[in-house]
Write a new protein. Sequence first.
Length: 493
Amino acid sequence: MRQSRIAVVVSEEQGEVEKFRKWSLDITVHRRLIKDGMDLPEEMRKKPQFHDMQSMELDNAFKEEEHPFRIAIVCAMWLTGFDVPSLSTLYLDKPLKAHTLMQAIARANRVNEGKNNGLIVDYCGVLKNLRKALATFAGTGDGGRGGKGGETEPAKPEEELLADLAEAIAFVREFLTKRGASLNDIITLTGFARNAAILAAKEAANENDETRKRFEVMCRAVFTKFKACITVEGVNPYRGDYSAINIVYKSLQQDREKADITDIIRQLHRVVDEAIETMPDCVGEDLKPYDISRIDFDRLRKEFERSPAKRTTVQNLKMVIEKRLERLLQQNPLRTDFQRHYEGIIAEYNREKDRVTIEKTFEDLLRFVSDMNEEENRAVREGLDEESLAVFDLLKKPDLSAPEIRRIKAIAVELLETIKEHKLRIDHWRDKEATRDAVRQAIHDFLWNDSTGLPVNQYTDQDVQARAEEVYRHVYRVYPTVPSPYYGSAVVA
């Protein structure tokens, strides 16, 4: 919340500067934002879609979920026809009526990923006006709740809201109980015992991908229904259940956001370390990241067998791998074999859930990580960088001799340098047909040229044409700008 930014968005009027000054307010700051836009944080500018952007129009900044502009104070603007699917809360302190009221409250009612519901906070009592608006625009034949004069009652009775909340909590409780976990233990126990209960609940959720998704959906249903009851007098008995469910849910989200391979392996080592005497001189000694290529799989297998959180460990490892795999595929389109291999491991894991399968999946995933490390280091072994390696992979073909392979590597490096220097530095080159055609033609000409192109004794005309088009598609995807936002310093998972 501390990172969030606020702006006043109001329609312009004559004499407004003096009008606001009388209230000791400066409207010029917000007026500049409306006209000039809001700057982008450094973290956003690093992402491909925002590369080289310094600012963003105010309405677009509010619509962009990653931008810290999250609170807008509006008057006569953005209330109707302004579409922000991620908008979740609307505070009303001005009387609204009829279609204006209907359109205003609909701003918070759009469906969006990760959003459970829209919340309307009413400071001025628009409920009566809302009943009339619903009667006018929604009709009275849709199950209205007995409003007078044909008006539709928009709010559920408090007893029904509490019943909905109790039902949602019961679903979560039943889900955990069936899988050997207890919501009551999280509520009543303390210390290590409570931590163990939370871990058991996470293990229940992490049984497989489907149960993880289902559990998170059920948790969000509890949060939605609890929020609907927040002002209801009888909600207090449910606060303990809500808090316990929230703890498990947030812990699962933190695993997704923060998991890395070093932490996963250290946690497994800790299981064994707790069972043996610790030598005082060695405490705090093992702080460096693990070299995955030197993993002792036998030791790690034994540690994993002792772990009380096998399923959670596998899920965390999966999330780490998926992030790294996404980056590898973005950098080089010919790494789809890795994706197929990974999907095969996960498909097998989701089919069988016995202890042997879980332990085998963990080992397979670790070996897959080792394979990814090998792939990430392949550019160095080939004497290339990641960018030229991707072009080399697109150009090469089977059964080339060693001199021919060296020749293809040189072509890949020189081709990339040439188009980056002379064609890709044009701003927004992908937006114009003329610049796109110029890049495509430059690649084609380079590969056809007698002095710079592919060896004529190994590549037919069709080969050259096909590879030129593949290289162009790759360049179009990963070079919206130079340097490419997809390369650079590798992210260590």
